[in-house]
Each structure stands twice: as structure tokens, then as C-alpha cells.
Design a protein around this ligand. Sequence first.
Ligand code: ACO
Length: 312
Amino acid sequence: MPPRRLTNADLVAELAAKGVETSDEWIVERTGIRARHFAAEGVYSSDLGLEAARSALQAAGRKPQDIDLIIVATSTPDMVFPSTACILQNKLGANGCAAFDVQAVCSGFVYALAVADSMIQTGAAKCALVVGAEVFSRILDFNDRTTCVLFGDGAGAVVLEASETPGILASDLHADGKHVGILCVPGHVSGGAILGDPLLKMDGQAVFKLAVGLLESAAKATLAKAGLTESDIDWLVPHQANIRIMQSTARKLKLSMDKVVVTVAQHGNTSAASIPLALDTAVRSGQVKTGETLLLEGVGGGFTWGALLLVL
Ligand code: ACO
């Protein structure tokens, strides 16, 4: 995460100066968020992704030259094009390998992992770097208290390698474009100008209602594909949007909250970066251990949703 950390109190004070009223109590009670990090001016998704990538490569004992595929999940790319993956590749010094972005908003990391897994399974790649990186602070409307308190910036990454023993057991991806309007950034670039609103719009209640049902169905479909059940899950690592969505999903899957990795309090909703941030915290703290079965799941704009089951 970028160094600039704003607690709820910090954000409340900044918003109050603009005449936008909110409170620590409201944010904590409705979302579970206590702090978020915002990138400094001039810091892009590729910069945050670069730090995460270096850290993941070090943990995996691999060098940039070992990587033959880079996938970056982001909805806040550095440029319209080329992809953030290409920019990150050059900063990392992994030039020459395949590199592209996946745009599935908050489901992006699950989508990107599933794509990397498929490419490894077909032999198209042997060693993939999968990154979730976002600077959501750039697309927030700080006059809209219903959204600006929810999101933050960050990045996370994993290295996936071909192996005789599969780490990823199954995945299940979906989208339904009829829900485009409930969570979107409707603006676009045309003729040298931004047309439409370039800031995030969300119907929070509609998102909430859809999210819980879709996460349950993706989780169950993924488990069924692997021939496993809810009781085989050691850890649920959900997209960190909101503690109440995570609690509802855990209830539907009959999982105790003790089995859910929750880091949203410390970074807010970082979209495609939230699952790898949660995973990183859980792995490095020793909460989650090698050999355990993890269910990752995400939901986001599109509407997109998906789940992925893996043995660490
Ligand atoms: N501070 C204080 N009051 C607020 C704030 C705020 N930041 N935001 C809204 N309110 C007020 C509203 O104006 C409303 O006031 P009113 O009753 O006087 O009209 C009241 O709080 C309740 O508003 P609701 O929208 O009904 O609040 P709700 O309980 O639904 O919580 C929330 C809102 C947190 C956004 C919730 O709907 C939610 O969690 N939705 C899911 C959003 C989400 O997680 N999106 C991301 C998932 S997908 C992705 O990650 C991109």
C-alpha cells in the first residue's frame, strides 16, 4: 500500500473542510473500514504493482527473467493504452514475456488468476506473475459521501508456476452486463476531452443485494467442480469491500468468521488489489499455511463475479 494512510478520523476531517458530512461511527458500522491508503500524485497502478511484484518474486525465489507471463488486474490503468502490464513489465525488467491487463473491476484478481491458471495448464506459460493494482482514489468523487469513504489504493501479487501437483483446483467466472449502471465510471476519452462523468457511481444497496447471492453461487459451483464441500475450506479469502458482505457470505456458506481472512479495516475496498492484499497479510503473518485449502472470491462492476479454489 502507498505510505499515505488516512484513518476515518483523518478522512472525516478532510471531508468536513469541503462541507461533506460523515463520521467514523457510520463508516465502521456500515463497512468495517477504519483506514485506507492513498497514492501520492505521480504514483500509478504500475508503481504499486511493481513493489508488490518484487515482493512476490522474492517470496517465490524467482527473478524477473523467470517470468513468461504478466497479467495485471486493474480498473485504474496508468494510461488508456498500452496496458499497465506492459508498463510494469518494463519497470520490472521482465521485457519480452507476454503481458496484458484484465478488466473485471473487483473480480479482476480472481479473473486474472483463472486466466493464468488456464494458460499454465495449456502449456502457454510456465511461470506467471499475477498482479492486482489500483489507484481508486483517482476516480472517487470526494463530494459523494456514499462512495468516497469506501475505497483505497494498493497492490498485491502472486507468482504461479507449472507443477505436477495442481495448486489451483477449480474456478468459476461470470458476468452479467445488464447491471452496468449500478457500479461504473461512465466517462470516456474522446477527441482529446473526457466525455461523461469520470468518477465512480454506485447504487450501494443494489450492489449489496446482488453481491451476496452471486458470491454464494460462485463459491458453491467452484467447490462442486473440485468435488469438495464447504467443510473442506480452511480459509475464505473474499474481496475486501465491506465486512457485512463478508459476514453474509460466510453465513450462507456456513463458515465461521474465524475462517474468513478480513483485512478491509486497514485498507478499505482496493478493488482488484484487495484479495492479494488479504492473501499477503494472511500468508506473511502465518495465519494461512502451506497445504491449506483457500477459496478466493470476488464481485464487482460489470457486474462480474467469480471464485477460485486453491491449495496453498
Ligand atoms: N456518512 C454518513 N452517512 C452516510 C454516508 C456516509 N459516508 N453515506 C450514506 N450515508 C447516509 C445516507 O445518506 C442515508 O441517509 P438517510 O437515511 O438520511 O437517507 C443513510 O446513510 C443510509 O444510507 P444507505 O445507502 O441506505 O446505507 P447502507 O446501509 O445501504 O450502507 C453502503 C451503504 C455501505 C454503501 C452499503 O449499501 C454497501 O455496503 N453496499 C455495497 C457496496 C460495496 O461494497 N461495493 C463494492 C462492492 S463491488 C466493488 O468492490 C466495486
